[in-house]
Design a protein around this ligand. Structure first.
Ligand code: NAP
Length: 209
């Protein structure tokens, strides 16, 4: 029952891998480069080298869930948004479907379904996330779509909210997202569900119920 973590070397990905390891949840960290391996080896976390823009299929063998926490990031252009946030997510979804994985947990984004209300610079990213989510919803693989707000590097409060109204703000720490992902991976009965995630006052298990 191993979880493939796509984007494992990212800020959310690393925190999720550490939490999973500490809780005895088997993960395989998908990284792009052997130079990234050491951090995982020091924590006895299995790695596989694969790329959303290249060879990918082998990374899935032996895994039954996916956490997709990859992203092109704010320092690249719409070309990478298209190839990673959209096409990479679509390829990963299609492989998970084809290989019969039991669940795909997608890190999407708050209000991804409304790209036209996003600031101009964010629109291609939001459109990519929106289309990737739509593809996942229509795929054969059961899914959970997590929609975090604007990410911060605050420490984990492990207290969150499930709507903008409840939170009163649009932010959520990456650490809280990592805890939420751990909860989702451990709660396999959550299927074909979508959750917004913001920093708040309620326990993660309460918001992701
Ligand atoms: P991050 O630190 O930039 O991590 C992104 C990871 O994606 C990196 O490890 C990167 O690999 C990996 N990646 C990029 N291109 C790849 C490729 N071609 N193949 C495989 N992996 C690739 O991001 P984060 O802060 O952890 O956030 C991750 C997620 O949150 C993304 O899905 C993003 O869309 C979503 N999100 C962000 C915000 C926000 O406010 N920024 C809000 C909502 C949702 P390398 O380490 O090799 O570069």
């Amino acid at each position: 029952m191993k979880t493939l973590v796509i984007g494992a070397n990212g800020k959310i990905g690393r925190q999720f891998c550490e939490l999973a390891k500490a809780d005895g949840v088997p993960v395989r960290a998908m990284i792009r480069d052997s130079n990234q391996q050491r951090w995982f080896q020091e924590r006895s976390i299995e790695t596989v080298i694969a790329d959303l823009e290249g060879n990918l299929r082998h990374a899935f063998y032996g895994c039954d869930q996916v956490v997709f926490a990859a992203g092109s990031g704010p320092h690249t252009g719409p070309d990478k948004t298209l190839m990673i946030d959209l096409h990479g997510a679509v390829r990963a979804t299609d492989l998970a479907s084809e290989l019969g994985l039991s669940r795909f947990v997608m890190v999407s984004a708050l209000r991804a379904e409304e790209p036209l209300v996003a600031p101009d610079k964010m629109r291609p990213y939001m459109a990519a996330k929106h289309a990737a989510d739509a593809h996942l919803r229509a795929a054969r693989v059961p899914h959970v779509i997590l929609k975090p707000g604007r990410l911060t590097d605050e420490q984990a409060s492990q207290h969150v909210a499930g709507s903008l109204e409840e939170a009163g703000d649009n932010r959520v720490s990456r650490a809280n997202v990592a805890h939420a992902l751990l909860h989702l991976v451990q709660n396999r009965h959550l299927l074909d569900r979508e959750f917004m995630l913001l920093d708040g006052e309620r326990a993660i298990a309460d918001v992701l119920a």
